[in-house]
Design a protein around this ligand. Structure first.
Ligand code: HGY
Ligand code: MN
Ligand code: MN
Length: 418
């Protein structure tokens, strides 16, 4: 690699224009962007980025898990691949940068090299992972789990929202669940994975830093609570004879919140709360809660889950309901690779950008890719620390700076990776 490659810069104008164009795919009339995994909008965004990858001269393909890849061949065919990228799917009424910022920054690094007639020693592969967010009752990080060979037949067969299985969702978006094992990469093919992402939190702003060097990525576990009481007439049923699923749900929401407030885990959230039948004059007979628990320590999460189970039993007895907790797979916390993080620090300092080290409170595909190779993440600031909201925003200059830090870190990593 000539020294000039380490001075390369991305085409910032093109990067920002592409992010604006992507933000128009899945515009939600209620505000923000809604591009749920495997939806028509998600496929449209994937096809759009595929066209940009092809136009940049990359080798482009989509795998059985609907991951999109664009490869800039390396100089050494035996060197394996350095991967960079993120996801294009979103939560409902999301911002436009959670995911796309990392995909478009990754593409911009490949395009900068290609336009300069340069190449890394390793293949540089830009990836847009399928279904990072795990919406519509599907598990998250599906695409990266398929690449890491961690997707199970149970994952594929499990019915999500509307009883639609993940396999059905994949099929509808061009995936091939029957041959999902072909999406797996062997560890010796992947030299490293580096992802740029918006921070989605308040730390970089508080530290007045423009670049975040991620030291670790949080662990997380999802729990579904199914509450069964007795539907009955809201006007005639005495308070002493009720088995009110809504009252049980209310107690459980506060119980979940106390898991974090009382210091058992870092954060705990009830993000889904549904009542059946959902009429003002009917005492709810059923309630469903979607719970999200996160911490940097799997032992603390396990202890919090046990405590939640005990407290749910007490709530059920107190309200005359039954409560069933279904605990999803635990996503372990992951440390990033020190050498790769060092390249990010060097790149930030080389660009005179104030940086700080932080842990990621959000989950990312990088923590799944860590099963295959060393990983690292470059964060750029989120305005007011807001994300998963139409108010998510990042200063355009920070997006371009982040992509240039990513480019320099990839070039530096390429020199020392096996
Ligand atoms: O939930 C998360 O942390 C990520 O946005 N999927
Ligand atoms: Mn997200
Ligand atoms: Mn994300």
């Amino acid at each position: 690699m000539t020294s000039s490659a380490s001075d390369l810069e991305v085409d910032g104008g093109l990067l920002l224009a592409r992010l604006r164009q992507l933000s128009a795919i899945g515009t939600d009339p209620r505000g923000g962007v809604t591009r749920l995994a495997y939806s028509a909008e998600d496929v449209d965004a994937r096809d759009t980025v595929a066209d940009w990858m092809a136009a940049a001269g990359l080798q482009v393909w989509v795998d059985e898990a609907t991951n999109l890849f664009g490869r800039l061949p390396g100089r050494d065919p035996h060197a394996g691949a350095v991967l960079t990228g993120s996801h294009l799917d979103s939560v409902s009424r999301a911002g436009a940068l959670d995911g796309p910022a990392g995909v478009i920054a990754g593409l911009a690094t490949a395009q900068a090299l290609r336009d300069a007639g340069a190449a890394l020693r390793h293949d540089l592969v830009v990836v847009a992972f399928g279904n990072e967010e795990g919406t519509r009752g599907t598990p998250g990080m599906v695409g990266s789990k398929a690449i890491a060979g961690l997707l199970t037949p149970e994952d594929l067969a499990r019915p999500g929202d509307g009883g639609v299985t993940l396999a059905d969702r994949l099929r509808g978006a061009g995936g091939d669940p029957e041959r999902i094992s072909r999406a797996a990469w062997s560890p010796d093919r992947v030299a490293a994975f580096v992802e740029m992402h918006i921070e989605q939190g308040p730390v970089l702003e508080a530290e007045d830093a423009r670049i975040g060097v991620v030291s670790s990525i949080t662990g997380q576990v999802g729990v579904t609570a199914s509450i069964t009481g007795a539907a009955n007439h809201a006007g005639t049923t005495p308070m002493t004879r009720r088995r009110d699923a809504a009252v049980a749900a209310a107690h459980l929401v506060l119980t979940v919140e106390s898991l974090a407030r009382d210091g058992h885990v870092r954060v705990a959230t009830t993000g889904i709360l549904g009542l059946v039948p959902g009429a003002r004059n009917v005492i709810p007979g059923e309630a469903v809660l979607g719970i999200d628990i996160r911490d940097g320590d799997v032992g603390r999460m396990a202890a919090a889950l046990e405590l939640l189970g005990r407290q749910a039993t007490e709530v059920a007895a107190r309200t005359g309901t039954t409560i069933r907790l279904t605990v999803g797979p635990v996503q372990s916390p992951v440390a990033t690779d020190c050498r790769l993080a060092g390249h990010i620090v060097d790149a930030a300092e080389g660009l005179s950008a104030r940086w700080c080290e932080l842990t990621s409170g959000a989950g990312h595909d990088a923590q799944v890719m860590a099963a295959l190779a060393p990983v690292a993440m470059v964060f750029v600031p989120s305005v007011n620390g807001v994300s998963h909201s139409p108010h998510e925003d990042t200063d355009p200059e920070d997006l371009v700076l982040g992509a240039n830090v990513l480019l320099r870190a990839l070039v530096a990593a390429d020199l020392e990776l096996p």
